[in-house]
Ligand binder design. Structure first.
Ligand SMILES: [Zn+2]
Length: 132
């Protein structure tokens, strides 16, 4: 006789998220032991911290590049130059949209406005910290 193997969602074999041991306790059990729970949380916390550190260092490098290329507070540079310096266009801390519809991208207090033909207008915002 053929017996279909039916599994309801709650019937799956549950395993410890850290070590993979089979779990036999409550339905909401996720770890086989306190040691595994602690190890798991420490690791995922460390991963998150690593991501934050990486992004922070990209933002800091971006800001340093903008600052170095813009000693006067207002200057035009090419996209190539920014890229050559190691600028990462994927990360900025905030944007500022003017009434004219231009969007400035900021890495902290150092900003840029994309112009036509791969040219960027670099600006500095002294009053940045006072704005909300
Ligand atoms: Zn475990």
């Amino acid at each position: 006789m053929y017996i279909s193997e039916f599994k309801s969602p709650g019937m799956e074999k549950r395993i410890c998220l850290e070590c993979g041991e089979a779990l036999h306790g409550r339905a909401d059990q996720k770890f086989c032991s306190d040691a595994c729970r602690t190890a798991y949380h420490n690791r995922t916390h460390a991963d998150r911290e690593t991501i934050i550190r990486k992004i922070n260092s990209i933002l800091r490098r971006n800001r340093n590049i903008l600052m170095r290329l813009n000693p006067t507070g207002k200057v035009k540079v090419s996209r190539e130059k920014l890229i050559r310096e190691g600028f990462n266009f994927s990360y900025h801390t905030n944007t500022y949209r003017t009434k004219n519809g231009n969007t400035y991208y900021y890495c902290y207090d150092q900003g840029y406005l994309p112009l036509a033909d791969g040219i960027y207008f670099l600006v500095r915002r002294q009053e940045y910290v006072d704005q909300d």
